[in-house]
Ligand binder design. Structure first.
Ligand SMILES: Nc1ncnc2c1ncn2[C@@H]1O[C@H](COP(=O)(O)OP(=O)(O)OP(=O)(O)O)[C@@H](O)[C@H]1O
Length: 348
C-alpha cells in the first residue's frame, strides 16, 4: 500500500530576486501549515521585507514557486492571492471612521452595508475594540490603530497573513500586549502567518518556524530549539545570543576545552578531528567555588532580572548570565563550571 503524504498548506520553493546589481535575495524555500507562524529574522538590510513582498505579489519573483492551499499563486496579482499584509504603520484612512476603515475590503467586494457593519463589529470585538465602530481614527492610540488595521486585514478572511514588523512603532509594554494578543489570534483563527521582526524576544514568543536570513542568504531554517541550541553557523549563534566562543580540540566524540573534555553533541559526529570553536550560551555557565577553572571578573552589568558577568579565564573571554542582582566586583576571582552535558561546536 502506498503511504499518502499530505502536502503542506503553504509551499515556497526557491523564490528569489535581485534589485539590479545592488542586492540579491538568494532562493528561499520553506513550508507552513495552518495555524502556524513563521518568523523571518535577520539584521537590517538582510532581505526580510523583500521576501515578504515576493510572497505578497508586490515584487515579482525571478525564479521559484509559491503553492498555497493547492493553488499556484506566484504568477497572480496581489489581490488574487488570498492574503492580507500588515505593515509597520497601520495606513488607515483618516477621513473614515474606525468601522468604515475595517469594512473597506468587503465594500470593494460589493457586500451590502448591513452585512459589512455586522462583520466589522464582530472583527472589532475580536481584536479587543468592541464598540469602536463609529469612533474617529483620531481618538485611537497607536496600539488600537494597529489592531483596527488587523481587523481590516482579517475581515476578508485571508488564507495567509503577512506581517512586516507590525509592532515596531509601539512602546515595549504595548508591544508585549500585542504579541500575546496575536498569539491568541493564531490559536483561535488558525490563519497561517508570516512575520518579519528584528525583535528576538517577540520572535521566540510567537514563532513556530524560523527563517534566519543574512545578506540575502538563508543562514538557518528550523524550530526555535534548532536556532537556540543548534545554530547552523557562528553567525547564527551570535545572532541568537550565544555569547561565548571557546577554543577546543575535537578528539572523536569528545572536545577538550578549558572546562576539560566534554562530550560533543551527537549530531556533530561527522565534524573532523582537530581545532574547533565551541559555542556556549551565557546561562550555561555557573559559579562553582570547587571548579579548577578560575576566572577574573572584568565587568558586571545589572540588567534588571539578571546580571551579566564578563570574566577572563586561561586567555578565554567568558560571559555569564546570573539571575537577579549579584554582588561580585571587577578583580574578584570566581570558580566557573559548564552546566550542560554536551557541547556545540563549529569547525575552525
Ligand atoms: N526597491 C529597491 N530597489 C533597490 N534596492 C532595494 C529596494 N528595496 C530594498 N532594496 C535593498 O535591498 C536590501 C534588502 O532590503 P530589505 O528591505 O528587504 O531588507 P530588510 O531585511 O527588510 O531590512 P529592514 O529590517 O531594515 O527593513 C537592502 O540593501 C535595500 O537597500
Amino acid at each position: 500500500m502506498t503511504a499518502i503524504t499530505k502536502e503542506p498548506f503553504l509551499q515556497v520553493s526557491g523564490i528569489g530576486c535581485s534589485y539590479s546589481s545592488s542586492f540579491t535575495l538568494a532562493e528561499q524555500s520553506f513550508t507552513l501549515e495552518k495555524g502556524q507562524l513563521l518568523v523571518i529574522l535577520g539584521p537590517s538590510g538582510s532581505g526580510k521585507s523583500t521576501l515578504l513582498q515576493l510572497l505578497a505579489g508586490l515584487l515579482h519573483p525571478e525564479r521559484g514557486s509559491i503553492i498555497m492551499g493547492g493553488r499556484r499563486i506566484h504568477q497572480l496579482p496581489p489581490e488574487k492571492r488570498g492574503l492580507s499584509m500588515i505593515f509597520q504603520k497601520p495606513y488607515l484612512l483618516p477621513f473614515l471612521s474606525v468601522g468604515h476603515n475595517v469594512e473597506i475590503g468587503l465594500k470593494l467586494k460589493g457586500v451590502k452595508p448591513k452585512e459589512r457593519k455586522a462583520k466589522a463589529e464582530q472583527l472589532l470585538a475580536e481584536v479587543g475594540l468592541a464598540g469602536f465602530y463609529s469612533r474617529s481614527l483620531s481618538s485611537l492610540s497607536g496600539g488600537q490603530e494597529q489592531r483596527a488595521a488587523l481587523a481590516r486585514s482579517l475581515i476578508i478572511e485571508p488564507e495567509l497573513l503577512l506581517l512586516d514588523e507590525p509592532f515596531s512603532q509601539l512602546d515595549p509594554l504595548l508591544r508585549r500586549q500585542m504579541g500575546s494578543w496575536l498569539a491568541d489570534l493564531k490559536r483561535t483563527r488558525e490563519v497561517p502567518m508570516i512575520m518579519v521582526t528584528h525583535d528576538r524576544e517577540e520572535a521566540m514568543t510567537l514563532g513556530d518556524r524560523f527563517l534566519l536570513v543574512n545578506q540575502g542568504k538563508r543562514e538557518q531554517y528550523g524550530t526555535l530549539e534548532d536556532l537556540y541550541y543548534r545554530p547552523a553557523s557562528p553567525w547564527a549563534a551570535a545572532f541568537m545570543g550565544m555569547d561565548n566562543r571557546l577554543r577546543g580540540i575535537k578528539l572523536g566524540s569528545r572536545v577538550r576545552t578549558l572546562f576539560g573534555e566534554l562530550p560533543l553533541h551527537p549530531s556533530l559526529a561527522s565534524l573532523r578531528d582537530g581545532p574547533v570553536q565551541a559555542a556556549l550560551r551565557s546561562e550555561w555557565l555557573i559559579l562553582d567555588s570547587s571548579s579548577p577553572v578560575q576566572g577574573e571578573v572584568r565587568r558586571v552589568s545589572f540588567r534588571g532580572d539578571h546580571t551579566l558577568l564578563e570574566l577572563e579565564a586561561q586567555d578565554e573571554h567568558l560571559v555569564m548570565k546570573l539571575p537577579g542582582l549579584v554582588q561580585h566586583v571587577p578583580g574578584q576571582r570566581l570558580g566557573i563550571q559548564y552546566n550542560r552535558d554536551e557541547l556545540w561546536c563549529f569547525p575552525m
